[in-house]
Design a protein around this ligand. Structure first.
Ligand SMILES: Cc1ncc(COP(=O)(O)O)c(C=O)c1O
Length: 339
């Protein structure tokens, strides 16, 4: 069988041997009773990294987004966010159905909120209208890094109007590595932050939610309601600790590999690149879309369709050599093949 290159998502990453060993050797207990030392270690590490008082290990990025919406949103409350955000597009409406928070869409440019538009959506309390209680930002958003200045501006607006800022930092470490801005500096511009261990960091599952001690104590109760109170979850927390210790700096390679692949896509003159930053490339076919997709698949390059775009994501699955091979294969795509 010909070699395949999985560029569909960084969620396909598999635990390395070192990570599997860490899972095997983990010291565990019942985390619902807070007696799992490995979970506690991951939570302490994460609180420190994010500059917050406390942290909670949750099952997924979706749970890390949902808990703050339940705690700070609810009946008659709104979350102001971008139309491109994950909570709007890819969480099956849990914002509405479970947290019962209304979504209020502010203007955005490729997922990055326009602060003026955000502020225009915040109005005086009225007996017959819902009111904004949360501003939600996503960093990175479709691979794009939020300008820190924009985050500061949004936080300033939130403070002025007494709103909560939730940061969906599923892939924040891709931004940390590229900008050299620490997680704690990004997280300072939000009241809570969630980040994923299971994407580019390569753990099999899990995310972390960090904020004040008071908020995390409440979050722990909501996690239990959602069925996320797990017992010997230290096995998975061990993978998370391993990921934070070994797989953060290497995200730099994903960025480099993304650049090699992106250049090859551009060189063909058959596609237009919409976004290419950190570990994600979004591009459009100039000619026949179906044939263009087939041109990738036939070469063993697995990409995803996302809206009008084709998406390619670099991750632990792709080595430098793989990226060079992929670039070579892409340069071989001819116009006749995709017309
Ligand atoms: C930006 C963002 N937030 C949240 C999530 C949700 O993470 P999970 O799939 O672990 O629920 C994802 C998943 O891809 C994501 O891309």
């Amino acid at each position: 069988m010909n070699k395949t290159y999985n560029l569909r998502s960084d969620t396909f990453t598999l635990p390395s041997e070192g990570m599997r060993k860490a899972i095997y050797e983990a010291e565990v207990g019942d985390d619902v009773y807070r007696e799992d030392p490995t979970v506690r270690k991951l939570e302490e590490m994460s609180a420190e990294l994010s500059g917050k008082e406390s942290a909670l290990f949750v099952s997924s990025g979706s749970m890390g987004n949902l808990i703050p919406l339940i705690l700070k949103g609810g009946l008659g409350k709104e979350v102001i966010t971008a139309k491109e955000s994950h909570i709007v597009r890819h969480e099956i409406g849990a914002v509405a159905s479970i947290s019962r928070t209304l979504i209020n869409i502010a203007k955005s440019e490729r997922g990055i909120l326009n602060p003026e538009s955000v502020e225009s959506l915040i109005h005086e309390k009225a007996y017959d209208s819902s009111e904004a209680s949360i501003i939600e930002v996503e960093n990175t958003t479709s691979g794009l890094i939020y300008p820190l200045e924009t985050m500061k501006e949004l936080k300033r607006i939130a403070e002025k109007h007494d709103l909560w800022v939730h940061l969906d930092g599923a892939r924040i470490f891709n931004a940390v590595v590229k900008t050299k801005i620490l997680l704690s500096s990004w997280a300072k511009e939000a009241d809570d932050v969630t980040f994923c261990l299971s994407k580019g960091l390569g753990a099999p599952m899990g995310s972390v939610l960090a904020s004040t001690r008071e908020f995390i104590d409440e979050a722990r109760r909501i996690r239990k309601i959602l069925g996320g109170g797990l017992r010997q979850s230290g096995f998975m927390a061990a993978a998370g600790i391993y990921a934070l210790e070994h797989n953060v700096e290497r995200l730099e390679e994903d960025d480099q590999n993304r650049i090699s692949i992106s250049r090859a896509i551009e060189d063909t003159d058959l596609f237009d690149i919409d976004i290419s930053e950190t570990n994600m490339i979004f591009f459009k076919a100039r000619y026949n879309r179906k044939k263009s997709l087939e041109a990738f698949i036939n070469r063993g390059i697995l990409v995803l369709e996302e809206g009008d775009d084709i998406r390619a994501v670099t991750s632990l699955n792709i080595t430098k050599k793989d990226a060079e091979e992929i670039a070579e294969l892409i340069r071989g795509i001819k116009k006749e093949e995709v017309k």
